[in-house]
Write a protein that binds this ligand. Sequence first.
Ligand code: 5GP
Length: 218
Amino acid sequence: MGETTEQSDDRLHRRGLMFILSSPSGAGKTTLSRMLLAKDTEIKLSVSATTRTPRLGEIDGVHYHFVSDAEFDQMVEEDDFYEWAHVFGHRYGTPKGKIRAAMKDGQDFLFDIDWQGTQQLYQKDQQDVVRVFILPPSIEELHRRLAGRATDSDIVIAARMERARAEISHWDGYDYVIINDDVNLCFEKVHAILEAERMKRARQTGLIPFVRGLMGGH
Ligand code: 5GP
């Protein structure tokens, strides 16, 4: 009995992965991240540090670690980041924290980071990184989503569109690209990618002793 449990635990052991979700703002990435974290208990959000101020409803330590410029400088100095970048006038970075150790134990991490951070993580760690890019269904729909409140000026909206276009131009630096026509369908696709990537042979470290057992058995 005990042996069976131990064997199946071994068999299930795998290395965690770094699941990156990027998109222009307005493509539905925040909703998709939340859905993924709610539905899948094996993936945790990597909470970034940022120098921007919190928006309404954002909680320090949950959505971001909100830090001052001086604190960010110190983190850079102490080599606390996997990657960091300037994004739209603020700095954002992925703290190393306990990610490495947790990944060895099979913990997956979700990264809501931009294309610059994606490139840096990929350069450091190709094996563990899975890059997913979400596109809006059309430029009109993106405009509609970015127009937001009626009080926003045309200049503000035009600036948001410009940023979105700049982000979209990096779509070809990703492994998977999904058009978000329908958020539920898009979520299913994102989740299917995660499930498939978990089954990659190289990640299933527990398979080696398992298969050895199969081959040595009667
Ligand atoms: P927001 O200020 O709207 O939360 O995020 C702005 C942009 O910064 C988004 O594209 C988001 O993915 C990106 N971002 C958030 N955290 C990080 C990070 O740690 N590193 C990098 N490179 N980009 C980040």
